[in-house]
Design a protein around this ligand. Structure first.
Ligand code: PLP
Length: 374
């Protein structure tokens, strides 16, 4: 948390990043996965920022995962040579052209194999093949497996069908990937979801080997499951949120208080009372906190320096909180730091983030370069 002198200098609401904590989070995940002999390909959708990406790569990440083609374009333009679009991209129309251009540019720079993409259907494989038609470089594809999150991906037994369409479309089958999103189902869900990731990826790898596809990347990934699913046959992990931490990660457990590296600083703008119940409003609403929440965690963020009070109601420019028992009323004008529910959405809502080190504001800003674009 920031020192009062630095807090007073803030023009709120604003996002503040504790860069020392970011460095520690990056080092810890890199070391943990290195000890397990599993590669780290952090998901850069969390920060969308080249300086943080460079810290991750310098700490040993093999490359980056991204969610959108625009993120891939941005990181490639800024010198990142190994990118995986961990998404079942639909490569028709302008996206097909952009993907082809990026693939050619990265391969020309690297001599091939620099960009890979996700796929979970024969239709998407055909579209990818047509977009890449005539290219002298094969596009590597990872088949997405549904390990229990039921968002996208195919069951393990369907992996060979998709793989055969990928090969028939003139693309190379690089491996399989999954995101154990059901790890966000509650504190108890994490280890079961990690086991699902491992089991489903193992089965998919076996089915693919029987169908003649080998030398596969086996890629798992979410912040809650990353450490639990990091052992053979998994070869790679793709956590993203670990870099900043947030309230959901605190509740689930993979990031402790010492790892919470991003807060939203907000000013108390109103203190009110009705029927002897006091509440107050800060100048951070859904336009900076995002309104995402997991079902089992009430509210939209917490204020650690104020009894962990919860933002109970959210408007565009107001966050409303109860006054916790035993705490004095806040005063209008007081600045407080909020730990948001889901940090990736917060980052995508701002143009830049202020940097603090050891509680002091620095002159640096982290620009959210790839924000809001697809
Ligand atoms: N991989 C994929 C495909 C994802 O969708 C996500 C997050 O949404 C991640 C990795 C990173 O997971 P987390 O946000 O839990 O770090």
């Amino acid at each position: 948390m920031m020192k009062p002198s630095s807090m007073r200098a803030l023009d709120t609401p604003t996002v503040v990043v504790d860069i020392g904590r970011v460095e520690r989070n990056i080092a810890l995940m890199a070391q943990t996965l290195a000890d397990r002999g599993v590669a780290l390909r952090p998901h850069a959708k969390t920060h969308k920022n080249i300086e943080i990406a460079k810290l991750q790569l310098a700490a040993g990440a093999v490359g980056l995962s991204v969610a959108t083609l625009a993120e891939a374009e941005f990181f490639s333009r800024n010198g990142v040579d190994d990118l995986f679009i961990a998404y079942p991209i639909w490569a028709r129309g302008p996206k097909g052209h952009r993907l082809r251009e990026l693939h050619e540019a990265m391969c020309a720079r690297n001599g091939g194999g620099a960009l890979s993409v996700g796929c979970d259907s024969a239709e998407a494989a055909i579209a990818l093949g047509e977009a890449m038609s005539g290219s002298k470089y094969e596009l590597p594809v990872l088949i997405e497996i549904d390990s229990g999150g039921h968002r996208s991906g195919v069951p393990p037994e369907a992996a060979p069908i998709v793989a055969k369409s990928v090969a028939a479309a003139g693309l190379s089958v690089r491996g399989v990937f999954t995101h154990g999103g059901h790890s966000y189902g509650g504190v108890e869900a994490t280890t079961a979801a990690a086991k699902d990731e491992t089991d489903k990826l193992t089965a998919a790898g076996d089915y693919l080997a029987q169908a003649g596809f080998d030398n596969l990347v086996i890629s798992a990934g979410s912040t809650p499951t990353a450490v639990f699913s990091a052992s053979a046959p998994v070869t790679e992990e793709r956590p993203g949120t670990y870099v900043f931490g947030d309230r959901t990660q605190l509740a689930i457990g993979p990031v402790g208080w010492e790892g919470v590296a991003l807060t939203v600083a907000a000013t108390v703008v109103s203190v009110a009372c009705r029927n002897e119940t006091w509440w107050f409003a800060v100048d951070a609403g859904s336009k900076i906190l995002g309104s995402d929440r997991v079902e089992w965690l009430p509210g939209y963020g917490i204020i650690p320096d104020y009894g962990n009070t919860i933002i109970t109601r959210l408007y565009e420019h107001h966050g409303v909180c109860d006054v916790p028992a035993g705490f004095d009323l806040p005063v209008v004008g007081q600045i407080l730091q909020i730990v948001p529910n889901h940090v990736c959405l917060v980052v995508n809502l701002v143009e830049s983030m202020l940097v603090e080190r050891d509680g002091e504001l620095t002159n640096e800003r982290l620009i959210v370069n790839a924000r809001g674009s697809f």
